[in-house]
Design a protein around this ligand. Structure first.
Ligand code: ATP
Ligand code: MG
Length: 339
């Protein structure tokens, strides 16, 4: 681990105790986020992106609902899974902040927007009340909110959903966390605003060396914003690569499927969008072998019987597939023949 490592998740398992018994939603996930690095986390609905990020902040009810295993090292030494509730609370919103998909639940309905942002700023930085308010206006402006000087006096219910989301983002970024966890933060926003928010995140990432864990369904956003990408499938990482390698030479059949399903702006629009066949199995019926095998066009009997490990390739990519080398060779042959 280098001294630049901000977050080091090691063999994380998240088990939920449900009415139907124990389910393991996250099963042995390991990844790192360095200072100043934006790591994208992608995968279909139900793959465990949100549970992974919420486990990092320990947001589930540890008395009744959840058991964690593994280690989550923050800045090299602190294992977040071992911290007391109180210490964990200090880290949340201070060193590590999260932007959720649904902002309403995180804003206080009886306090003005300006007060909430200013309060968050004063909690983390040594500034006067006046400076904090000015900062709040500045942050609102940066997130593209019109007439921010007036908006600071509004209450959350005066704002539209998209505006509230921007307020949440302003509040989170105003605190200048070392690590930002963003779970589909721009899905509900229109494209212009989305672009502004992504610029804002990217700017703070460069200026403050803020590390970012960016969860999204949108591979276009990943290509634009992220440095490295983690691909999840059914509670595990199936591929990890730099953003360039992921798009140039995806190794896992699942990643290939995800990339093929990006709508193309150019070319034959009448061509049917590629969609990966089938659906993500439920946590009660996890396949014995490779978890993706029942949906994989390359699967054989080995895949159905034995689960592959995540292995590192010579080009620093990680992949969890028995046949990735063979598939790459076959594709190369095919490309040579057809060119
Ligand atoms: N509180 C919970 N109790 C039991 N199971 C849960 C709980 N929260 C999530 N799960 C299960 O964990 C798995 C991963 O869910 P998660 O919300 O992380 O998916 P996701 O990748 O974020 O999907 P989406 O793209 O739809 O947001 C799912 O099978 C989900 O049903
Ligand atoms: Mg989610």
């Amino acid at each position: 681990m280098s001294s630049d490592t901000l977050l080091d998740v090691k063999d994380l398992k998240t088990h939920f105790f449900t009415e139907r018994g124990k389910v393991t939603a996250i099963d042995g996930v390991s990844f790192q986020i360095n200072k100043g690095e934006i790591v994208g986390v992608v995968g279909e609905s139900g793959c465990g992106k949100s549970v992974t990020s919420q486990s990092v902040l320990r947001l589930f009810d540890e008395k009744h609902l959840v058991k964690y295993e593994g280690e989550i090292l923050f800045e090299g030494e602190t294992d977040l899974l071992k911290l007391s509730k109180k210490k964990m609370q200090m880290i949340r919103g201070n060193d590590i902040s999260m932007i959720f998909q649904d902002p309403l639940s995180s804003l206080n309905p009886v306090l003005t927007i300006g007060f909430q942002i200013a309060e968050a700023i004063m909690l983390h930085q040594d500034v006067t009340k006046k400076e904090a308010y000015e900062r709040a206006v500045e942050m609102l402006k940066l997130t593209g909110i019109p007439s921010p000087e007036k908006r600071v006096n509004d209450y959350p219910h005066n704002l539209s959903g998209g505006m509230r989301q921007r307020v949440m983002i302003a509040m989170t970024l105003a605190c200048q966390p070392k690590l930002l966890i963003a779970d589909e933060p721009t899905t509900a926003l229109d494209v212009t605003i989305q672009a502004q928010i992504l610029d804002l995140i990217s700017g703070l990432n460069q200026k403050l060396e803020m590390g970012v864990m960016f969860i999204t369904h949108d591979l276009g956003v990943v290509a634009e914003l992220c440095h490295r990408v983690v691909v999840m499938y059914l509670g595990q990482i199936v591929e990890e690569a730099s953003v360039e390698s992921l798009f140039e030479s995806p190794l896992h059949p699942y990643t290939k499927g995800l990339i093929k399903s990006i709508p193309q702006m150019e070319g034959d629009r009448s061509q049917k969008l590629h969609v990966i066949e089938g659906t993500v199995p439920s946590l009660d019926s996890i396949p014995i072998g490779c978890r993706f095998a029942p949906r994989c066009p390359f699967a054989d009997s080995v895949c159905l019987e034995k689960a592959p490990d995540l292995t590192e390739t010579s080009s620093n990519q990680k992949v969890r597939c028995w046949h990735f080398e063979k598939i790459a060779q076959e594709e190369e042959c095919y490309a040579n023949v057809s060119s």
